[in-house]
Design a protein around this ligand. Structure first.
Ligand code: SAH
Length: 243
């Protein structure tokens, strides 16, 4: 079974876009995933092919009509989850991406203008997701981001099967810093431990750096990580060294 992505958008020409090159592009050519872009406008019922209207209650911009969105969604009804791109959605994280990549694929609804008539989320089973706390002009870039993150996890897509398990967020931490040749650059050398060949020391250094950097750069992640660590599977608190 290949991972099948369907994008519901007013701009189908934006796909595959950047997903047509490099890792994702090669995987697409090798049919390790598939892509369909559906134009929401094809589901407009009037002769002007209207997809939006003014916001109820007044205000700037236009809102995508629920009836048109529903017709577009219903045209692809299958067992794949339907996600809508919206800054009002739950922020995507690596755990959700991994779960999606393990599944049959995804249908992604891309907003434009001021977004969606809220009733679409009551009338259809749609998971609202955000790619971060900033506002895009449309959901297409968000869909590309989500798909890129999923595709690299698909079987046979990433070169070394092991790359990925250590990476940022996979362990609930940021990744440790990386270095490569030359050993000396502008007077700066690669940390000695990484040149020691001592795999146990290297692993310990990497763990230490991952923890330190996460604590300093992403206190939110660190707090969650520590919370999970002091919580035993039964839910009882375990002693930690700080207690
Ligand atoms: N008026 C809306 C923003 C609309 S932006 C609000 O303030 O919530 C237009 C479209 O861009 C949205 O419908 C959504 O599909 C997409 N979009 C914007 N920011 C996004 C984000 N952070 N994550 C995912 N999609 C986003």
């Amino acid at each position: 079974m290949t991972f099948a992505a369907t994008i519901l958008t007013l701009y189908p020409e934006m796909f595959p876009g950047p997903l047509g090159v490099s890792l994702a592009g090669r995987a697409l050519a090798e049919a390790k995933w598939s892509l369909g872009a559906v134009n929401i406008r094809d589901f407009a019922a009037d002769k002007h092919r209207t997809v939006d209207d003014t916001p109820a209650g007044g205000g700037a911009g236009m809102v995508l009509r629920a009836d048109v969105l529903a017709a577009a969604i219903d045209s692809v009804a299958d067992d794949r989850p339907i996600l809508a791109m919206t800054p009002r959605g739950k922020p995507l994280d690596q755990a959700r991406i991994r779960a999606l990549a393990d599944g049959p694929g995804v249908t992604i609804l891309c907003g434009r203008f001021e977004g969606f008539d809220e009733r679409i989320f009551e009338g259809r089973a749609i998971e609202q997701v955000s790619i971060g706390d900033y506002v895009l002009s449309g959901g297409e870039m968000g869909a590309l981001v989500l798909l890129d993150a999923c595709i690299r996890l698909l079987p046979g897509v990433m070169g070394a099967a092991s790359s990925g398990v250590d990476e940022s967020f996979e362990t609930g931490l940021l990744e440790y810093p990386q270095y490569t040749r030359p050993v000396e650059w502008e007077g700066r050398t690669i940390p000695e431990v990484l040149r020691s060949g001592d795999h146990a020391r290297i692993a310990a250094w990497r763990k230490h750096m991952a923890e330190t950097d996460t604590r300093l750069r992403r206190p939110d992640l660190w707090e969650r990580h520590e919370g999970a660590r002091v919580q035993s599977p039964s839910g009882a608190r375990r002693q930690t060294k700080d207690e």
